[in-house]
Design a protein around this ligand. Sequence first.
Ligand code: TXA
Ligand code: MG
Length: 329
Amino acid sequence: MTKDTLLLSLESDADLKQAATLLSAGKLVAIPTETVYGLAASAHDDNAIKGVFAAKNRPSDHPLILHIGQFSQLADWVIDVPASAKLLAEHCWPGPLTMIFNKAPGVSGLITGGRDTIAIRMPDKTRLRQLLSVCGPVVAPSANLHKKISPTCAQQVMDGLNGRIDAVLDGGDCHLGLESTIVDLTVLPVRILRAGPYYAEQLAAIMGENVVLPSSHDVAVAGNMPAHYQPNTPASLFTRQALEANILKRECNGPTLAIIHMSELPLVRLNNASIHSIKLSTQREKYASQLYQALSQADRMNCDEIWIEQPPYEWHEVIDRVSRACFKA
Ligand code: TXA
Ligand code: MG
């Protein structure tokens, strides 16, 4: 079934009201957050939540993040709020931190993938929080088709989900450009399940507690798949040395390439008909904010392959995304 997907503007009061009406009526609305666009549905409406899984082709056991507009909404969804969560909320909310809590009885198993815990965050966009204060909390996975690149602008949401959802609320580019850090507060030591804009050492300093990092692909979280964030064009990772060597020895009639890199490369050979350079920042946060845009841009170049220069190993959130984007079964 194809829907007419409306394009609404976050800045327009009338459009914000319409988005609230649509969500309250069980419709699916893509929303801008500071990380990536989310595909929102009312967290009180099981049918709407099922629609989110269908629109994204998402397996039903992959749990969803609840997005709240104000701290008082938290109490309805969790059994208790540990002291560590209060500290983190004080410092990091609204913002790119998702916390895992023990869920309150009665929370729909559709949201939690049948588990006893629930993931919750308060996004950092004032007008979005106004919307959530009016229509109540929403579930919002990233607004991409399953396994694909997360959208950081309204056009990218449209490219993937036009005709499958009811509306896109355009709030411009997402300034962080990478999904929230997910931290599990139901275990000791506290554990990061997905690296993101808040780093382990920052959370540890706020809580005064040890925080364990995720171990590459073996965390038992549904949705934590080795192949994720994947462009349509096959992508591969190379060290800087391997990238330079491969560019130099490349045959003239070899595959056309989009190269995502941060080092200066032998530019004479780049940006000709068959090699396109996408140069990203050497600064960690900036690089993270540019990565998904770069993957989408590389895809639109319709090259045969995407080559990505290996970023520094200590950039955990970036390494996580690029390794999954390049994973081959
Ligand atoms: O920045 C973000 O977090 C974005 C924006 C839209 O807010 N949302 C997002 O949602 O990235 P999604 O669905 O693409 O990723 C949610 C991740 C999944 O890997 C899922 O497995 C995990 O959160 N998750 C959700 N509930 C969980 C739970 N109870 N226990 C462990 N992991 C959970
Ligand atoms: Mg996602």
